[in-house]
Design a protein. Sequence first.
Length: 99
Amino acid sequence: PDLYDGGIYFSSNVDNSSEVWDALVDKRVNGIVDCHGGCEHLRSFIGPGTKVRANELVWMTDCTPHQALPQETSGYRQFFRVVTSQISHWFADHSTPNP
């Protein structure tokens, strides 16, 4: 069975406003990601991503390629991301720490 231990959970109330890939980036490879974790140069190697449906809960690691997408129609978007334990990078400038 799958084991969801640590990692990141996220969801949005808008269809197709996020995309995630069934892939892992090995951050031990020097230069594979930029200083913010970006890996755009790998897009042609990892194949098509999966668009996330509204209210679908996604679990991933911090090594899972993912991106936000422009909304297909105008409107309000609610989004959350919970970063748990066992992650390799923490971008404090982009997140609120748990006290």
